[in-house]
Design a protein around this ligand. Structure first.
Ligand code: ZN
Length: 432
């Protein structure tokens, strides 16, 4: 980490000519101050935050961020989905807005950077443009999406896909999604009002912490996200025969947990034996009846597969199914697979925006690398209706969804500067 930061400092010192002293740059101290101030809302004893969507802490944190948006000269509204949108008019009223932002809700016992860096970085971009008197041609909109961690609820509403049935689902706050949206100023009865159509946005660009350790390990400043991986989940049920663990000889057993053990190993073998970056995980396993003196008659376990390529996800699944068939036959324990609705398909980012982001990093004398996002983001939803790009900054130790989450002030400022340069490039017409 030290080596990298030293090299960045050297590069930054050299780079002032490349970026131009008259070019606007963000104020890193101010981003850090805002991160520290936002961390007070829902602060937990471990040093992170428990600011789950729709909680009192979330509502108070949003109020704080709204104050920053007002200071940055943005005109505020909350859409029907509960998304806060701050707008700065451009010089050409006919042009669609450039949207930037992220979320500030957290997982229970989360950290101070996931989502927050993207929102505060976007507000910093607006503040910098205001202070420097830069008038864009396009309107600029800064968004704080509602309830990202509960399943990208706000961005789902923005693309017109949040169905009324979802409003009854309970959230970590103790409110349903519908009650939560109402509590933060949205209008769950008129969700369609929040929907934007293809063409309504010039582009969406989200700055976010990597939440993995690749940038830090490879000593790279900026991740240019090539896409958000798809996630498919299954409940897998294995049927055996429960019986007395003392009186049933070893060769007369149909032990569902034994089959499950072989299956867990097979999933890992399949995922690691194929070329590529696919991942597959068994993360939950329940054996029934769950007594020390009974042979397990049934196991229900989870299977999760992630990749940027939908065809690759299918290939991994097919190979896992073939392994399951073999185990089922050998041990006389049938497997059934039920795919869950929470599954999401891969969302590639816009290749032109990838180039613009990489070029912006280069102009700032920052190193960058193209990489997938293994975590879900609001960007995966907005990608359905607008050219979408994502900028990653390093997460120390690759730790996220934890109070130990950390990103340095320099890296946050680097990311916000890349976001600023990306917005300027889009406004100049480089997204063609
Ligand atoms: Zn996030």
């Amino acid at each position: 980490m030290h080596k990298r930061h030293l090299s960045i400092l050297c590069l930054l010192a050299l780079s002032s000519a490349a970026v131009g002293a008259d070019e606007p740059t963000v104020n890193g101290d101010r981003i850090q101050q805002h991160i520290t101030a936002l961390s007070k809302f829902g602060a937990n004893p471990e040093g992170g935050v428990s600011r789950v969507a729709f909680s009192d802490a979330d509502i108070a944190g949003r109020k704080y961020a709204v104050g920053l948006m007002q200071e940055a000269g943005l005109t505020l509204r909350t859409d029907a989905g509960g998304n806060i949108i701050g707008r700065r008019e451009g010089s050409n009223a006919k042009l669609p807005p450039i949207l930037i932002g992220s979320h500030i809700d957290s997982v229970p016992s989360g950290g101070n950077y996931d989502g927050d860096v993207g929102v505060l970085g976007a507000i910093e971009v607006a503040q910098t443009l205001k202070e420097r008197g830069v008038r864009l041609k396009h309107p600029l909109e800064v968004v704080i999406f509602a309830d990202e961690e509960g399943g990208t609820v706000g961005s789902f509403a923005m693309i017109g896909r949040l169905q009324p049935a979802a409003l009854d689902l309970m959230t970590q706050s103790g409110k349903t999604i519908g009650e939560g949206i109402r509590a933060i100023g949205g209008d769950p009865e008129h969700l369609a009002d929040a929907a934007r159509k293809p063409g309504d946005l010039k582009a969406y660009v989200e700055l976010h912490i990597e939440q993995g350790g690749i940038l830090e390990e490879t000593d790279v400043d900026i991740g240019v996200v090539e896409g958000i991986v798809g996630i498919r989940w299954w409940d897998v049920t294995i049927e055996g025969v429960p019986n007395h663990a003392g009186t049933t000889p070893m060769n007369h057993r149909r032990d569902a947990l034994l089959s499950a053990a072989e299956f867990v190993l097979a999933v890992n073998r399949v995922a690691t034996s194929m070329p590529g970056r696919q991942v597959a995980t068994v993360g939950r396993l329940r054996a029934e009846p769950g007594a020390p003196n009974v042979i397990p008659g049934k196991v229900v376990l989870s299977l999760e597969i992630r990749d940027l390529d939908a065809a690759k996800m299918t290939a991994v699944y097919d190979a896992v199914r073939a392994e399951a068939d073999k185990i089922a036959q050998a041990r006389q324990t049938p497997f059934t697979f039920a795919q869950l609705k929470v599954s999401s398909e891969p969302a590639p980012t816009d290749q032109r925006l990838q180039r613009i982001i990489a070029k912006a990093a280069g102009a700032l004398k920052l190193t960058s690398k193209v990489m997938p996002s293994g975590a879900g983001h609001d960007a995966q939803e907005i990608a359905h209706i607008a050219p979408t790009g994502m900028i990653f900054v390093p997460s120390v130790g690759g730790v996220s969804h934890s109070p130990k989450e950390f990103t340095s002030q320099q890296d946050m400022a680097n990311g916000a500067n890349v976001l600023l340069q990306t917005v300027l490039a889009i406004d100049r017409g480089e997204l063609r």
